[in-house]
Design a protein around this ligand. Structure first.
Ligand code: NAP
Length: 298
């Protein structure tokens, strides 16, 4: 009897063990799924409104990439100061668009090359919104010509706007950020910092300077809760690139691994990520968004 019962019992307890284990696994898988989807939902929610109660300043936000970044920051809940140099109407359009969508924005004129103007831009932002948490150094220009023909003014204008501007704005923004022990600085450089471009010695030198500036500032500020990163876009259609002839542009696009231009929205999406808590451990980096343009170089 024992001899016949034993294998049956063994089979039964093996079956019971299997059921217990598989239930356990099912249960823990379900729990894991629930935890994961909760984390995912929370992080999506956090990413959607992760800047609620915070203030951002975007230089050169009247048009182009800067405007799109400002709209996204406002969408994430931030109060946004829209800096511009001369194009008041465009700056007010950006502000109006943000307010229509229920956000808070302020247009602040000021040439980023001028230390006094930059101080007043930051002061007005602080007077209006109380604090400053995010700075996007986006204002930039080109003045293309071959080195042999480049005038001193062409050099100075481009270096001062793209590089000195980033320095002046960063210095002014660091004081409130240090007091809060929290800040996010994002510098918009260009693939030109890495890839030589005929006619753009002034621009590429300025953008390479922005990368070096980003790294050193990140090292200085890492222990203070302030991260400093750079985004290097490839070709993004805006007023800045408007003068490139279409046939040349087609040729450029065909050379890219991803055979199209980028969009301001794609740049803004990375700004969103870099300002989120998920990116708290990223600092001193240059992130290229260029359809693979620089991939073969690195
Ligand atoms: P954009 O459409 O020409 O807009 C330039 C913005 O900068 C405008 O808001 C302009 O203000 C502002 N600005 C210019 N000089 C200024 C100054 N001295 N002080 C304050 N604001 C000033 O340019 P974008 O294409 O959006 O470029 C934005 C950034 O991305 C630049 O740093 C550029 O180098 C970089 N980037 C662009 C591309 C691209 O393909 N578009 C690629 C790589 C990198 P006003 O309206 O008042 O003139």
């Amino acid at each position: 009897m024992r001899g016949t019962c034993c294998p049956f019992r063994l089979l039964l307890s093996a079956w019971q063990y299997y059921v217990r284990i598989s239930r356990g696994i099912g249960c823990s898988q379900l729990m894991l799924y629930k935890v994961c989807s909760r984390i995912q939902t929370q992080s999506t929610e956090n990413m959607e409104r992760h800047l609620t109660g915070k203030t951002a300043l975007v230089t050169g936000a009247s048009r182009g990439i800067g405007r799109t970044i400002a709209l996204h920051l406002a969408g994430a809940g931030a109060n946004v100061a829209i800096n511009y140099q001369v194009n008041e109407e465009a700056a007010h359009e950006t502000v109006a668009q943000i307010r229509e969508e229920g956000g808070n924005a302020l247009a602040v004129s000021g040439d980023v090359r001028d230390a006094e103007a930059v101080k007043s831009v930051v002061d007005r932002t602080l007077e209006t919104f109380g604090e400053l948490h995010v700075l996007v150094n986006n204002a930039g220009i080109t003045k293309d010509t071959l080195v042999l023909k480049m005038r001193d003014d062409d050099w100075d204008l481009v270096i001062d706007t793209n590089l000195r501007g980033a320095f002046l704005c960063t210095r002014a923004a660091l004081r409130p950020m240090l007091a809060q022990r929290w800040g996010r600085i994002i510098n918009i450089t260009s693939v030109g910092w890495l890839v030589g471009n005929p006619g753009q010695a002034n621009y590429t030198a300025a953008k390479a300077g922005v990368v070096a500036f980003t790294r050193s500032t990140a090292v200085e500020m890492g222990s203070r809760g302030i991260t400093v990163n750079a985004i290097a876009p490839g070709y993004i259609p805006t007023d800045l690139t408007h003068d490139i002839p279409p046939h040349l542009m087609d040729r450029l696009m065909q050379k890219l691994p991803i055979k199209r231009a980028g969009t301001p929205e794609e740049i803004a999406a990375l700004v969103m990520y870099l300002t989120s808590d998920a990116a708290a451990y990223i600092t001193g980096q240059v992130i290229h968004i260029d359809g693979g343009l620089t991939a073969g170089l690195l």
